[in-house]
Design a binder for this molecule. Structure first.
Ligand SMILES: [Zn+2]
Length: 487
């Protein structure tokens, strides 16, 4: 009986929401168009477009894996995949006439899960979800696969239980934050419902009264990256490129944005706290660079001139160190700890446990003082060495391999990606090689997945260590070869 009531309730809300949605879309579009007009803006954009076309030759063999934005394609969602409450829609329309900007951040009207410091989110699956079997990242007719690229049949056959993919995503967040999940009970007054029957992948932002859907259309939304992204919205986050400081990092090309979709690029008013965390292109909450594009081979989001190297590294496969810190700060996860841990190498007190550190990539141990046991360590000297990384047939929903390259003290290293194949992709969300050339490994770094021509431009380290992280959450094989040398 409970689920029926929720469906009726949410129908009533969605009628109300779609009326407001049209008005909100119009207002936000105006805001976005005013922001991205003017001569300075146009000159900069021309420069960025020229840079892009000179470094990214058109390639019609690239495989485009759908994400929550192009699966949804829905005008009535906020920022492409978010359901707002009536109060949040209203806030989006509350414009200050003098600044012509929204007075209130959606964020200020977002309810957090309780209790702070140890939030618990009750969940349930809609009927039928439990038995649902399918392929990991099914590449069916809805996927736009470019001509000249076909998939070997063995890579579209692996069956998995979708419920497990969702449970893995919940366990992932619980293992690194203080957020916990438990099965919903009859007297819960707020809970999430994983729904595979809806169209698209979407969620509310934060906690609502009554049940709220996390829509995961099967099979397209059943990837680790999409589910962890939607769960981050459930916790209360919006997208990275709507932060108030985004104009220092990205430029939007509205001439390539589909009609009626401008509003998705609106910036949150200053009430949206960044919690002092850095802007991160590789965040799991960043749009991919072709979001809402008319020409699928040209970006709508350009990394600004100082950050051109991150153009191909937007969006991500898994919550990063900073994505995790955001949740831990929002929920004050470590405030309850008697003391903060003395962590090495950029680590911080773990949101999931007061007695250990949460470590940046490439570090492990109670204090982030050691290397992860599953990492492969390769010593590099001044002779060129070829490092090959690969994945064959997939065994679980998210797979990763970490290689630590170590040069003698006082040396630096050079890396050149020689090849990436057999399939190549315009965005590295689902599959790719991340190269971390910096001693500080907290931020997501340079990702390669086949878009730029190979061999790549050389990458230089700032010290004598470097990380290679190969990852995938779709069932496609990959082989990468990188040349490294110390100097
Ligand atoms: Zn989203």
């Amino acid at each position: 009986m409970l689920p029926t009531l929720i469906v009726l309730l949410s129908l009533a809300v969605s009628v109300l929401a779609s009326e407001s949605a049209d008005n909100v879309a119009k207002e936000l579009s105006r805001e976005v168009q005013e922001e991205f007009s003017g001569r300075d803006y146009r000159d900069e954009l021309e420069f960025l477009k020229k840079q892009f076309s000179s470094t990214h030759p058109r390639n019609d063999t690239l495989i485009r894996i759908p994400n929550e934005l192009n699966i949804n394609h829905n005008h009535t969602l906020f920022e492409g995949d978010i359901h707002l409450t009536p109060e949040q829609w209203k806030a989006a329309l509350d414009i200050d006439p003098s600044t012509r900007r929204r007075r209130q951040a959606i964020y200020n009207l977002t309810q957090m899960w309780q209790p702070m410091g140890a939030p618990v989110i009750p969940y349930m699956f809609v009927q039928g979800f439990r038995e649902l079997l399918g392929t990991i990242a099914y590449l069916g007719s809805k996927t736009v696969i470019r001509k000249n690229s076909s998939l070997p049949p063995e890579y579209s056959l692996t069956s998995t239980q979708y419920q497990q993919v969702v449970k893995d995503a919940m366990a992932f967040w619980s293992s690194r934050t203080c957020v916990r999940f438990r099965q919903a009970m009859n007297n819960d007054n707020a809970f999430i419902i994983f729904n595979h029957n809806a169209a698209g992948c979407s969620s509310s932002v934060g906690r609502r009264k009554g049940g709220q859907y996390v829509n995961l259309e099967a099979p397209l939304c059943m990837t680790n990256s999409i589910i962890t992204h939607e769960l981050s919205h459930v916790f209360g986050t919006l997208h990275m490129q709507s932060r108030v400081d985004r104009d220092s990092y990205v430029q939007i090309d509205l001439t390539n944005v589909e009609q009626g979709m401008d509003h998705n690029f609106a910036m949150e008013p200053s009430g949206f706290s960044t919690y002092g965390l850095p802007y991160e292109y590789g965040s799991i909450m960043h749009y991919f660079p072709y979001a809402f594009s008319i020409d699928p081979e040209l970006p709508t989001i350009y990394a600004k001139a100082d950050f051109l190297r991150y153009q191909g590294s937007m969006d991500g496969p898994q919550a990063t160190f900073w994505d995790t810190q955001l949740i831990n700060k929002m929920y004050k996860c470590t405030d309850k700890c008697a003391k903060q841990m003395p962590c090495y190498n950029g680590g911080v007190t773990d949101g999931a446990s007061c007695s250990k550190c949460f470590c940046p990539k490439g570090w492990a141990g109670t204090y982030c003082e050691t290397r992860p046991t599953n990492a492969q360590v390769i010593n590099v000297d001044t002779t060129v060495q070829k490092v090959k990384l690969e994945f064959g047939v997939m065994e679980k929903g998210f797979e990763e391999k970490l290689v630590i390259l170590q040069a003698p003290a006082g040396k630096r290293m050079e890396a050149i990606v020689n090849s990436f194949g057999p399939h190549r992709f315009p965005g590295c969300r689902n599959i790719g090689l991340e190269i971390v050339p910096y001693t500080d490994t907290r931020s997501a770094q340079l990702r390669f997945c086949g878009q730029v021509p190979y061999p790549s431009k050389p990458i230089y380290t700032d010290g004598n260590t470097m990380l290679f992280w190969l990852y995938r959450d779709i069932n496609l094989p990959v082989t990468v070869e990188v040349s490294v040398r110390a100097f």
